[in-house]
Design a protein around this ligand. Structure first.
Ligand SMILES: *[C@@H]1O[C@H](CO)[C@@H](O)[C@H](O)[C@H]1NC(C)=O
Ligand SMILES: *[C@@H]1O[C@H](CO)[C@@H](O)[C@H](O)[C@H]1NC(C)=O
Ligand SMILES: *[C@@H]1O[C@H](CO)[C@@H](O)[C@H](O)[C@H]1NC(C)=O
Ligand SMILES: *[C@@H]1O[C@H](CO)[C@@H](O)[C@H](O)[C@H]1NC(C)=O
Ligand SMILES: *[C@@H]1O[C@H](CO)[C@@H](O)[C@H](O)[C@H]1NC(C)=O
Ligand SMILES: *[C@@H]1O[C@H](CO)[C@@H](O)[C@H](O)[C@H]1NC(C)=O
Ligand SMILES: *[C@@H]1O[C@H](CO)[C@@H](O)[C@H](O)[C@H]1NC(C)=O
Ligand SMILES: *[C@@H]1O[C@H](CO)[C@@H](O)[C@H](O)[C@H]1NC(C)=O
Length: 426
């Protein structure tokens, strides 16, 4: 062995041995690629970037992980093109992109932003963000926070309509799975999980402080979440912790539940302290249009007051997808021929509800909200919630859930006068 190579090996050996303990290499530079056996560590030692194999897999991927003994991956580069050996490298390519190469120097993944000879380097920050910068002017060319995989860290920004978390295919395969999560703002901002493009779960509308379709947010999440508005409307979501000593993150599991995990100790034991999926009632539209879901009841689905199953046989057999239909037409829907009762419609009040999807928001006061709805025959329900104001619904009422505690909103369902009578007898 010639002396220079020997020196090189000793340096490498030392570097590997010391990682996470004594050296502070936090960047990938032209002169400093990352081989499979190496890793870089953020300055404050919180995150590392390097090669890993998921549980029960021998494939090699480049990922960002918490710098703890239990492999906890929060971002993956080559999720659709794994290596099957240890010959991979992450480096700065000649055009200035950050790339992952296999042993044959084929590009498995690229940051895909630069196409000119740029002097750039990539630094892993202590927030968990990997940032590719143009060294000549400091401009950020690309960052992992803007290109998330399945996880959201504190201080990360999820842009409305455009940023999406995408689930792994399974716990042992980071390939893009069936589920994705994004912040939508057709009307009032809400988070939605899609399963193969169809709604699977939603957070319910944003009040400016909490999402009212998530039970428990009143107590645990006051002032932790933020949706930042610009002059065109809602722009992005971000979150913080009340307490700096807590290490946590949100991740979209391969089975489609959004989970918040908290680190219990430095060994790497994580506890799921919140999950979007707690019962079948959390599956979008479980009880069909005009059906309401209550996980404490058996069966879990009932028709809203004034409605009956569209298809009784299916419904009784536990297939609720067709939902319910109105028993008695609204007064405003009827042709007022002689002899027909023509008393005005009224409202049936439901407490502690996950309100239906696709509300319209109006500027009516709490007192005027119900009147505004009654004045228009296409309006079939309303709710008033501080921070949001008056919400109206037309068309169908879907994805309604009965919460058990003080969560949710009072929901007023418009029904014909004759259907109201029943409530006075109870
Ligand atoms: C790995 O395989 C073992 C044995 O088959 C199984 O018990 C475990 O759940 C698997 N882990 C993952 C993450 O798939
Ligand atoms: C990079 O860009 C090319 C061409 O636009 C595209 O085919 C490829 O999927 C992109 N790769 C990544 C990792 O985004
Ligand atoms: C690239 O930028 C770094 C930092 O500014 C500088 O030290 C280095 O000399 C530059 N390399 C080239 C080839 O320009
Ligand atoms: C993902 O969707 C496909 C097609 O619907 C299905 O075959 C597969 O089982 C799903 N995988 C998971 C993990 O849900
Ligand atoms: C997001 O999408 C909604 C509806 O598709 C649209 O009204 C809104 O302007 C979009 N917002 C941004 C910031 O793109
Ligand atoms: C439930 O009913 C719908 C509507 O009739 C039907 O398309 C679907 O196949 C049924 N699902 C099951 C599991 O029977
Ligand atoms: C009301 O009258 C219109 C026009 O005559 C008719 O099309 C409609 O079906 C009627 N509706 C009901 C509920 O009878
Ligand atoms: C009822 O509401 C719909 C939808 O907003 C609107 O198009 C229609 O003009 C309204 N009708 C009346 C009578 O105000």
């Amino acid at each position: 062995m010639s002396p220079p190579t020997m020196k090189g090996s000793i340096f490498l050996l030392l570097a590997c041995f010391c990682l996470g303990v004594c050296i502070a290499i936090d960047s990938v530079t032209v002169n400093q690629p990352v081989q499979d056996s190496q890793a870089i560590v953020s300055l404050g030692q919180t995150f590392k970037l390097g090669f890993f194999s998921p549980a029960n897999s021998s494939n090699r991927y480049v990922g960002i992980m918490f710098n703890i003994p239990v492999v906890t991956v929060i971002w993956v580069a080559n999720r659709d093109k794994p290596l099957n050996d240890f010959s991979g490298t992450m480096k700065i390519s000649e055009d200035g992109n950050l790339v992952v190469l296999n042993g044959q120097e084929e590009i498995l993944w690229s940051s895909n932003v630069s196409n000119s000879k740029t002097n750039s380097s990539a630094q892993l920050l202590d927030t968990g963000n990997l940032v590719l910068k143009d060294n000549s002017n400091g401009r950020i060319m690309w960052e992992s926070f803007q290109n998330p995989t399945d996880s959201c860290l504190r201080k990360m920004r999820l842009d409305i309509n455009t940023s999406r978390l995408t689930s792994w295919r399974s716990p042992s395969d980071p390939f893009i799975g069936n589920f994705s999560l994004g912040l939508e703002s057709q009307t009032i901002p809400q988070f939605v999980i899609l399963n193969n493009g169809k709604p699977y779960w939603r957070s319910g509308p944003w009040t400016g402080n909490i999402f009212i379709g998530i039970p428990g947010m009143h107590s645990g999440y006051q002032d932790r979440f933020e949706i930042v508005y610009d002059n065109t409307g809602p722009a992005y979501f971000t979150y913080n912790n009340l307490d700096d000593s807590t290490t946590n993150y949100f991740t979209l599991s391969s089975s489609g539940s959004l989970q918040e995990k908290v680190l219990l100790d430095r060994k790497g034991d994580w506890e799921v302290i919140w999950s979007s999926f707690n019962s079948q009632c959390d599956v979008y539209g479980k009880c069909g249009p005009f059906g309401s879901c209550n996980p404490q009841s058996s069966p879990i689905c009932t028709c809203l007051h004034g409605f009956e199953p569209r298809n009784k046989k299916e419904w009784d057999g536990g297939n609720w997808t067709s939902g319910c239909i109105r028993k008695v037409l609204l007064q405003c829907e009827r042709n007022n021929s002689a002899g027909q009762e023509s008393k005005s419609d009224g409202y049936f009040k439901l407490r502690n509800m996950k309100v239906p999807d696709t509300p319209e928001s109006t500027t009516s006061s709490e007192e005027k909200c119900g009147d505004e709805c009654l004045n228009n025959c296409s309006c079939i329900a309303y709710a008033y919630y501080p921070g949001i104001g008056c919400m109206l619904w037309r068309g169908h009422l879907v994805d309604i859930q009965q919460f058990s505690s003080s969560d949710g909103a009072d929901l007023y369902i418009r029904v014909a006068y004759s259907e109201l009578g029943i409530t006075f007898l109870i």
